[in-house]
Design a binder for this molecule. Structure first.
Ligand SMILES: CC(C)(COP(=O)(O)OP(=O)(O)OC[C@H]1O[C@@H](n2cnc3c(N)ncnc32)[C@H](O)[C@@H]1OP(=O)(O)O)[C@@H](O)C(=O)NCCC(=O)NCCS
Length: 150
């Protein structure tokens, strides 16, 4: 996905259906997908569920159509908020969109009365921890365990 320099103001809002395919393409491009997860299913569940959503950073292309610059999936389990699929298009990086998307996700959780938020960083992507630390995130002294249910 190639995104030229910003030409119009960036908005953050719920991912419009017309850009679902672009979001999944961005997740593939930015290394966030794994063979054992179906990103289309992840997206559909997050959009359809009452306690989750996918937010998008958008600007307008030359023809006026929305253009996807970044995403964040956010949701809660009634106790904690969780963040997934934070991604900014490579050509739109280093201009604050990642932090803006994180703030938008946190605001969404606050609006749903959720008092804390956490996220998981894959060990292979540990360098990105510096990005989250700059936003006030700190390591939790926990071991995450999981298993598949299918
Ligand atoms: C991580 C990501 C969302 C950051 O988006 P961004 O819009 O480029 O973020 P910004 O650079 O504007 O963020 C602010 C600061 O975070 C830091 N930062 C950004 N990306 C970083 C990275 N990959 N590793 C370490 N620090 C990073 C920068 O130092 C930056 O500060 P600076 O402006 O003083 O240089 C983007 O690099 C991305 O999409 N990466 C691939 C997907 C990914 O790894 N997502 C996280 C999964 S846990």
């Amino acid at each position: 996905m190639s995104v030229p320099a910003a030409a119009s103001p960036v908005r953050i809002e719920e991912l419009p259906p017309a850009l679902f395919g672009s979001a999944v393409a961005l997740w593939h491009e930015t290394g966030l997908t794994r063979s054992w997860n179906d990103p289309d299913d992840d997206l559909r569940r997050a959009i359809d569920g009452p306690s989750s959503t996918v937010l998008a950073a958008l600007d307008a292309a030359d023809d006026g159509a929305d253009r996807l610059l970044g995403t964040v999936m956010v949701g809660h389990d009634g106790h904690r908020g969780w963040v997934y699929y934070l991604a900014v298009a490579p050509d739109a990086r280093r201009r604050g969109l990642g932090p803006e998307l994180m703030r938008a996700g946190e605001d969404w959780l606050r609006a749903h009365d959720i008092p804390k938020v956490q996220l998981m960083v894959r060990r292979q992507n540990a360098a990105v921890s510096a990005f989250y630390e700059a936003l006030g995130y700190a390591y939790s002294d926990v071991v995450v365990m999981g298993r598949r249910l299918d």
